[in-house]
Design a protein around this ligand. Structure first.
Ligand code: PGA
Length: 245
């Protein structure tokens, strides 16, 4: 199974940034039998990036609405994202849970509508610092997953689960490998899945110093990279470092 590297730009970039970024990234060589690289820009730039980027890359939306069309001012639907060739959609990111009050009920609706639109959901779960310190990481992840699978065990088939401990996002405090592996193994066991149906990836302060060490573990099938993906030279260095494996 290919491992996936996703560059989550969050609310950053502009046209000049994109032209420079895509020009540089289009030139890199990586083992695309082994890795898939996806760019997650702000939604407004997806169309442009899908036009500029070479075939060996693809794109990820940072959000999706729960409706496909209609009177829902300000929203973007799965049909539209698919119409412009987007492949993945991030759902349940802790920043959306926190700043936009997205709860598990809404997250489930977004997963369902993504699948209906033939987009692959990347579903973020993870504990906060207090839960981590209280040794409740598994408990929190289990609860978040159970809210999604309670009426349909299959709903998470053919999706990506991103384990992103909240305390590790944007803090330079990467979770240690042992902890990440423990949670990844738990998720796999809890969902009783073989590797082909669900990818489990890690996100949270990935950088040039830790990417290789984390991705080379067989339990970890990808990385969701925020701030370290914003500087194109930095992101290319990360890709080159893991390409050596
Ligand atoms: P970070 O963000 O790499 O800046 O910690 C990761 C994410 O939020 O997806």
């Amino acid at each position: 199974m290919k491992k996936i590297i996703i560059a989550n730009w969050k609310l950053n970039s502009n046209i000049d940034f994109i032209k420079n970024y895509i020009k540089k990234i289009n030139k890199i060589n990586f083992n695309n039998n082994k890795y898939e690289i996806s760019i997650a820009p702000p939604i407004i730039y997806l169309y442009l990036i899908n036009k500029l980027i070479k075939n060996k890359f693809n794109t990820t939306s940072q959000n999706i609405d729960i409706h496909l069309s209609g009177a829902f001012t300000g929203e973007t639907s799965g049909w539209m994202l698919k119409d412009i060739n987007t492949k993945y959609v991030i759902i349940g990111h802790s920043e959306r849970r926190k700043y936009h009050k997205e709860n598990n009920k809404l997250i489930l609706k977004k997963i369902i509508i993504s699948k209906k639109s033939n987009l692959i959901p990347i579903i973020c779960i993870g504990e906060n610092e207090k839960e981590y310190l209280n040794n409740e990481s598994i408990k929190t992840c289990k609860l978040q997953i159970n809210c999604l699978i309670k009426n349909n065990e299959q709903i998470l088939d053919n999706t990506i689960i991103a384990y992103e401990p909240i305390w590790a996002i944007g803090t330079n405090k990467t979770a240690d490998l042992k902890h990440i592996i423990k949670i990844h193994k738990f998720i796999k066991k809890h969902l009783k899945k073989n590797n082909s149906k669900i990818k489990i990836i890690y996100g949270g302060s990935i950088n040039i110093n830790n990417a290789k060490n984390i991705i080379q573990n067989e339990e970890i099938q990808g990385l969701l990279i925020g701030s370290s993906s914003l500087d194109i030279n930095n992101f290319i260095n990360i890709i080159n470092s893991i390409n050596e494996i």
